[in-house]
Design a protein around this ligand. Structure first.
Ligand code: HPA
Length: 266
């Protein structure tokens, strides 16, 4: 079966199993999946039941599509994403974005857990992504010689909405550039020094492919990083996946308030 047919089969299954027809989607990163558990009007599909849908193998990633309401707006939350390092397979990483596009999603909020590079950041900070540096040295198909600077990946209007939502709810947010690496090892102190000097504020192992594709498909894209830790060489303590998950747990309520308030303004 070709890619197009696979996608059509997945989307047909989803449309067959839910009533809602949202235009807003949220991709929930490591440790941030709880957002979708507390929403109303929920219709849930396990991604394992969707034909052709890629599997996530990471602890803390649930693998569900949660259709629900935020305020009175229908949304779909993707709980559990696939990372490039899991399979070195871009198709798996991009599949949910293609599905979202075919479901009629116009505004995509992508979230992640990230390490802080900016020395003003502290663990637990939330950062609105203003731009990204794709340092995976992998480019998604269809981007050959395209000039992303002509059409910024991240929507200026959505960034303003997120800032407004934060201000109205007295949530402190940072803004900055996200550096996407392949992982899955954490960085050396020298690598962190490099990432800081090239203009990064946060570093992680996801997001850059999904956001590039979504923007090229014409979606408006917002990115929110949860700074779970200060990166190696900046932080005095050894970094672990548990720390990332633990800080995610600590800020998940603030994170959920920010996402909900932002959606209310869209
Ligand atoms: N580095 C890379 N990815 C991450 C980090 C980090 O420090 N924290 C959470 N995801």
């Amino acid at each position: 079966m070709d890619h197009e047919q696979e996608l059509n089969e997945s989307v047909a299954y989803i449309l067959d199993h839910v009533q809602a027809r949202p235009t807003i989607a949220v991709v929930l990163g490591s440790g941030l999946g709880d957002f979708a558990d507390n929403l109303v009007d929920r219709e849930i599909i396990a991604t394992a039941d969707i034909p052709n849908y890629p599997r996530s193998t990471i602890v803390g990633h649930k693998g569900k599509l949660v259709f629900a309401s935020v305020g009175n707006k229908p949304i779909v939350a993707f709980q559990g994403r696939t990372h490039y390092y899991e399979s070195n397979n871009l198709k798996s990483v991009l599949f949910p974005v293609h599905v979202a596009h075919r479901l009629g999603i116009k505004q995509l909020i992508v979230t992640n857990a990230a390490g802080g590079l900016n020395r003003n950041f502290v663990g637990g900070d939330l950062m609105i992504m203003t731009d990204q540096i794709n340092l995976t040295f992998v480019r998604i198909p269809g981007f050959e010689f395209s000039d992303a600077s002509l059409r910024p990946i991240y929507s200026h209007a959505m960034i303003e909405k997120a800032e407004q939502a934060a201000a109205e709810n007295t949530i402190t947010v940072r803004k900055g550039v996200y550096v996407g690496l392949k992982g899955p090892s954490y960085e050396t102190a020298a690598e962190i020094g490099m990432l800081t000097r090239i203009g990064g504020d946060a570093v992680g192992m996801s997001t850059v492919f999904e956001t590039s594709l979504a923007s090229s498909l014409g979606m408006e894209v917002l990115g929110i990083s949860c700074i779970t830790n200060l990166a190696t060489g900046i932080s005095p303590t050894k970094l672990s996946h548990e720390e990332v998950t633990e800080v995610g747990n600590r800020v998940k309520h603030t994170f959920a308030r920010l996402i909900s308030a932002t959606i209310a303004l869209l």
